[in-house]
Design a protein around this ligand. Structure first.
Ligand SMILES: Cc1cc2nc3c(=O)[nH]c(=O)nc-3n(C[C@H](O)[C@H](O)[C@H](O)COP(=O)(O)O)c2cc1C
Length: 304
């Protein structure tokens, strides 16, 4: 019997496999396929202070070993989510991780404050800083230490753990992760999608309605895995949640060995809605057959 429990900083989880934000809806949608309470945690799609329409279609395109999306953060807003989705999620018994985004530091502050009344229902809040800052030439908050830190500071009304979700499109992710940790993030989630573009060769126009998009899936796994490895090496005290291209248990093992305390499964869920459950089960089997008694013993072993 393997002890599959883990901890992301002060957050104890019965197993390390969560959904990735934006790939399992805002509410209980995935519950038709997976008992939500069996997940390490359910991370909901990022919410802003206001309801948001998102980008025009097409919103996704399939690529070799990957997909690219430009959903544009469509969502009901924090208040709409609390009214419409949270009751079902609460009833499911799932450990709920909310996720917030904003276009300005002030919008992050407002979204965080709007979650304060329901924070006892939440396990953690992911702060998705991989969003364009409209006050800084649309540069992503996660592309500068100062902006990332400012956003984390702005969300400090929340007393539950806050995880900073970072972008892989930076030259030194360890520096950004360190700034987020110093600003009060309990953990970093590594990583969001890679910036990408697909053009229609006939017209020269972007294939996706929003223009460029975010590349996810197995093709980005080495990039996100390296981000986890580099951040764990630079900041051994900063808990990490690893995400990017995890499709099976051996992918998850790589992230744990690189230094992630837990992992998230995103794109794989579109092909197989039970992917999280399969990865968890196969991870337990992998531990059994390789003689790992406590999953926690795997974490960071690539550094020893
Ligand atoms: C369709 C789609 C929507 C996403 N929406 C969000 C989002 O709202 N917030 C967020 O932080 N990440 C979002 N992501 C990024 C994922 O959470 C994850 O970081 C990324 O896809 C890499 O993991 P994967 O390869 O397992 O999908 C989205 C990804 C996809 C594919």
């Amino acid at each position: 019997m393997v002890d599959m429990s883990t901890a992301v900083g002060r957050t104890e989880l019965p197993n390390p496999v969560m959904t990735a934000s934006g790939t399992a809806g805002h509410g209980g949608e995935l519950g038709r396929y997976v008992p939500l309470a069996s997940l390490g945690a359910l991370v909901v799609k990022s919410l802003s202070i206001m309801a948001w329409e998102g980008n025009p279609g097409p919103r996704v395109v399939q690529l070799p070993g990957a997909m690219m999306n430009s959903v544009g953060l469509q969502g009901p807003g924090v208040a709409g989510w609390i009214a419409e989705e949270l009751p079902e999620l609460r009833a499911s018994g799932a450990r709920i991780v909310a996720s917030i985004w904003g276009r300005t530091v002030e919008e992050y502050r407002q979204a965080a404050e709007a979650l304060v009344p329901v924070q006892d229902d939440l396990t953690a809040v992911e702060i998705n800083v991989s969003c364009p800052n409209i006050e800084d030439r649309r540069k992503m908050f996660a592309h500068s230490c100062e902006s990332a830190a400012e956003v984390i500071h702005a969300t400090e009304a929340l007393e539950i753990p806050r995880w900073a979700k970072l972008s892989p499109n930076v030259s030194d992710i360890a520096e950004i992760a360190g700034a987020a940790g110093d600003a009060g993030a309990d953990a970093v989630t590594l990583t969001n999608t890679l910036l990408g573009l697909v053009l229609d060769p006939a017209t020269g126009r972007p294939v996706l309605g929003g223009g460029g998009g975010g590349v996810s899936g197995p093709a980005m796994r080495p990039v996100a895995l390296r981000a986890v490895f580099d951040v764990a090496a630079a900041h051994p005290e900063l808990p990490i949640v690893g995400v990017g291209g995890i499709a099976d248990a051996t992918d998850a093992v790589q992230y744990l060995r690189a230094g992630a305390s837990a992992v998230q499964v995103g794109t794989a869920t579109f092909a197989d809605p039970r992917a999280t459950q399969r990865v968890t089960r196969d991870l337990e089997t992998w531990c059994e057959t390789t003689g790992v008694v406590r999953l926690r013993d795997l974490i960071g072993t690539a550094h020893t």
